[in-house]
Design a protein around this ligand. Sequence first.
Ligand code: PBG
Length: 322
Amino acid sequence: MHFPIVRPRRLRRTESIRRMVRETRVTRDNLILPAFVVPGEGVAEEIGSMPGFFRFSVDRLVEEAREARDLGLPAMLLFGIPESKDPLGSGAYAADGIVQRAMRRLKETVPEMLLFGDVCMCEYTSHGHCGELVDGEVANDRTLELLARAAVSQARAGADLVAPSDMMDGRVGAIRSALDDAGFEQVPIMSYAAKYASGFYGPFREAAESTPSTGDRRGYQMDPANLREALKEVALDVSEGADILMVKPAMPYLDVIARVREAFELPVAAYHVSGEYSMLKAAARNGWLDEKRCVLESITAIRRAGADMIITYYAKDLARWL
Ligand code: PBG
């Protein structure tokens, strides 16, 4: 059957009919708002390369969480910037570390907010790499122990889920058994399963002060050219006990999201990263793009590719627009 019998435009004529046949929907239910927490009080610093996005001290983060809750957002993903950094990133697993303090306060004040803790060393190490350095290289197996400690200390502080973003081999298994040994067998792991060595993390590194002082992350994060390798990474994380699989970044990797969605049964998350936010923001501020329209289109595309949940710096705006 073909034209003139088939006329696809029939189903596009009015918004009512378009609404009826729409295949993909974006809702607040599966958006996750990232947040950067810094030491001090009364701090709300706008991030230079992420206009409209702030770093908050714990007291101001509570206000941010209340606002997010009132907008109908269910979840936040926390990143910490500690008062001091050292080679072993001890701030990541200190019982009174910045993220641990923030989680405790948020659980007291906004208990319904679901808290994801980003588990990585790079915001906490003096050299900015995602693990312990031995002879200039990130030592995989020694780093596993630090990551496991960080995950357990976050769970103790009230994290509802932990999200390892370091890309060490074996980290999901190491974190799973450490959580279980500490009595946190109910805390799920959302693994950054296919995380690429991406230029789009640039603004985040300004926000988190986590640019490596030497070298880059290509020795542990994935080569942007590889898709089959993403499936291998994801399969490993599934076998080690991951509960949710994440692909990161999002827009340049829609093919990866789609393949992971097809090949695995677990929920899939996508991280619409800082550089994706900054590009849209910059163009919008220059009057070159319609911000609301382009953000909604981007997030819809990420959902259409197969992401069940999306981490995005636009979560609050989306909640207002939806
Ligand atoms: C920590 C981490 C990074 C991001 C999330 N967790 C930075 C990196 O790997 O360099 C990036 C998030 C973003 O750009 O929005 N390893």
